[in-house]
Design a protein around this ligand. Structure first.
Ligand SMILES: CC(=O)N[C@H]1[C@@H](OP(=O)(O)OP(=O)(O)OC[C@H]2O[C@@H](n3ccc(=O)[nH]c3=O)[C@H](O)[C@@H]2O)O[C@H](CO)[C@@H](O)[C@@H]1O[C@H](C)C(=O)N[C@@H](C)C(=O)N[C@H](CCC(=O)O)C(=O)O
Ligand SMILES: Nc1ncnc2c1ncn2[C@@H]1O[C@H](COP(=O)(O)OP(=O)(O)OP(=O)(O)O)[C@@H](O)[C@H]1O
Ligand SMILES: N[C@H](CCC[C@H](N)C(=O)O)C(=O)O
Ligand SMILES: [Mg+2]
Length: 496
């Protein structure tokens, strides 16, 4: 694509003289990755303004560089090939969308935002659309995937260049729908600008990411962007049981919104006759398209919220309600979410791996699991390093209050001192609760499983599907499920 065509989509940027015929073959936001034919997009970050590295990008063969005015001030260009844009987040998304042919407008996009439930809800939506023979691309915390393609994700929401590239690949592969998790980081950084959403879902807002967002209002403002006319062209599906959801509903045009609620029949989608069982929930689903009996294999009230959101999304997209109800029982679940580790039918304790890594999700997990654990509930958990520090004591208190035994351990310490993270968690636990502290996660899992009594339930929270642990800047292989299996074999005297 011509540089002049790409720069024409960015407000206030002019093509430098002599570049009328310059061709751009690729887009790069990292100066080190630039090669011949690339356009370097220098992004301002939290550590550095990438635009300052325009010279190394050009030296590596980049056709041109687009950078912030601040980068130009700091490192004045000596090359005509360096141009500046006032809003680099916007410029990056505009260039990426144009370069890849606006795939976020070709696919019917469904965006799911909220603190918890995005991965689960997007998987439900993917499942229901596929059951209706509609082809999807799914993007989120676990992977980007469509029929015949799967790639592990580095971020919940990819950065603009990778996002637009993957969406274009999905269009080429014949996908009709793009179903994606949209994180607050992504909205704050404009990663998904250029996508037009036919459906936008808001699941809930509870504490997380206060290392990045200044406070809950700032966090909410980022999430709320998905419901602005920049992004949303169709239906908003919003959790009316959440106070922030209510705020969002109040600010939108009523015809645009379908609200959902597990508790109130005033919402557009709601449920009645609920019957909670150890392996699912049954009841009646009330929707704008009629009522139907359903049985869901997912446990816990929060998963009913995820189901209502997903049903709302697919009904808006034209899927038949009876088909929805008939296939829900077949939903296979999501890796690392309430995932049971069961190595034999003779297993005398239950072991569950779950991705609860916020105060609200930990509380939900412990409340949802409690009724199905006849013995003691043992919760093994930690908190990630280089992330919101203020959620740590809150998670400590929740574990101490709701579990019978709290085993405090490491999650992904990243570059923080693991001991400091443990202390932050312990600050929320009254000494009378007598928590067990075992910093090494493998030892913590093994100890909990070996010391459990028949009938007990061991909940391994925080890492879910993750198959790694980040220690310092090193990523080692680590999977809660593998450690749980090994410990169960040891407990039950089973050899490989
Ligand atoms: C807060 C955040 O989103 N940070 C992202 C940001 O990092 P940063 O601002 O520190 O980047 P930086 O080091 O200052 O560099 C700025 C720019 O200069 C460029 N650069 C830098 C040095 C150089 O020599 N040359 C050069 O070109 C970099 O490539 C980058 O584009 O840009 C980096 C490169 O693009 C990202 O890797 C990094 O993600 C960090 C690692 C991260 O962990 N992000 C998480 C928190 C995140 O985005 N999570 C969300 C939400 C998850 C959820 O909802 O739970 C997600 O969507 O995954
Ligand atoms: N609707 C919900 N409300 C509250 N908690 C939930 C909800 N859905 C799931 N959870 C809890 O949150 C955990 C994470 O769920 P999920 O992966 O679906 O959320 P997410 O929003 O994608 O998270 P992330 O921000 O890390 O990508 C689950 O393991 C469960 O403990
Ligand atoms: N998407 C979340 C993942 C947290 C998972 C937890 N295991 C941790 O490392 O803190 C985040 O970036 O905050
Ligand atoms: Mg997710």
């Amino acid at each position: 694509m011509k540089l002049r065509e790409l720069l024409a989509v960015v407000d206030g940027v002019e093509l430098p003289p002599g570049f009328e015929d310059a061709e751009v073959e690729g887009l790069k936001t990292n100066s080190h990755a630039c090669g011949v034919g690339d356009l370097f997009i220098g992004m301002p970050g939290t550590r550095v303004d990438g635009g300052e590295f325009w010279a190394s990008a050009i030296a590596s063969g980049a056709v041109a560089a687009i950078v912030s005015p601040e980068a130009i001030q700091k490192n004045p260009p000596t090359s005509e090939a360096v141009v500046s844009a006032n809003n680099m987040n916007q410029a990056c998304a505009q260039i990426a969308s144009a370069f890849y042919g606006y795939p976020g407008q070709k696919l019917k996009m469904v965006g799911v935002t909220g603190t918890n439930g995005k991965t689960t809800t997007t998987h439900l939506i993917e499942f229901l659309l596929n059951k209706a023979n509609l082809s999807t691309a799914l993007m989120g915390t676990l992977y980007t995937r469509w029929a015949g393609f799967e790639q592990t994700a580095a971020y919940t929401t990819p950065f603009a260049v990778e996002l637009q590239q993957q969406l274009a690949q999905a269009v080429d592969a014949g996908c009709e729908f793009g179903v994606m998790e949209v994180s607050s980081h992504a909205l704050a950084q404009g990663r998904v600008l250029g996508c037009q959403f036919e459906v936008a879902v808001f699941s809930n807002l509870t504490q997380d990411h206060l290392d990045y967002h200044t406070d809950m209002e700032d966090y909410f403002a980022a999430k709320a962007l998905l419901f602005s006319s920049d992004y949303l062209k169709g239906r908003a599906i919003i959790n009316a049981d959440d106070a922030y959801g209510q705020q969002l509903i109040a600010g939108l045009n009523a015809e645009q919104v379908w609200s959902y609620s597990v508790n109130h029949n005033s919402a557009d989608l709601w449920m009645s006759d609920l019957n909670y069982e150890p392996n699912g929930v049954s009841g009646t689903l009330h929707t704008p398209k009629g009522d139907v009996a359903f049985r869901s294999p997912l446990v816990g009230q929060y998963n009913l919220e995820n189901l209502l959101a997903a049903v709302g999304a697919v009904l808006h997209l034209g899927v038949d309600l009876n088909l929805v109800a008939s296939v829900i029982p077949e939903f296979p679940g999501v890796p690392g979410r309430m995932e049971r580790v069961q190595i034999t039918s003779k297993q005398d304790i239950s072991v569950i791996v779950d991705y609860a890594h916020t105060p609200d999700s930990l509380e939900n997990l412990l409340k949802a699991a409690r009724p199905f654990i006849p013995g003691k509930m043992i919760c093994v958990f930690g908190c990630g390093g280089d992330r919101d520090r203020t959620k740590r004591p809150k998670m400590g208190k929740i574990a101490a209050d709701l579990a019978d035994v709290a085993v405090v351990t490491s999650d992904n310490p990243r570059t923080e001192d693991p001991e400091r993270i443990l202390q932050d968690i312990l600050a929320g636990i009254p000494p009378t609760a007598n928590p067990t502290v075992i910093g090494d996660r493998a030892t913590a899992i093994r100890t909990a499983i070996l010391q459990a009594q028949p009938g007990d339930g061991v909940l391994l929270a925080g890492k879910g599907h993750e198959d790694y642990q980040i220690l310092g800047t090193e990523k080692i292989h680590f999977d809660d499920r593998e450690h749980a299996r090994d410990a169960l074999q040891e407990r039950l005297g089973i050899r490989d």
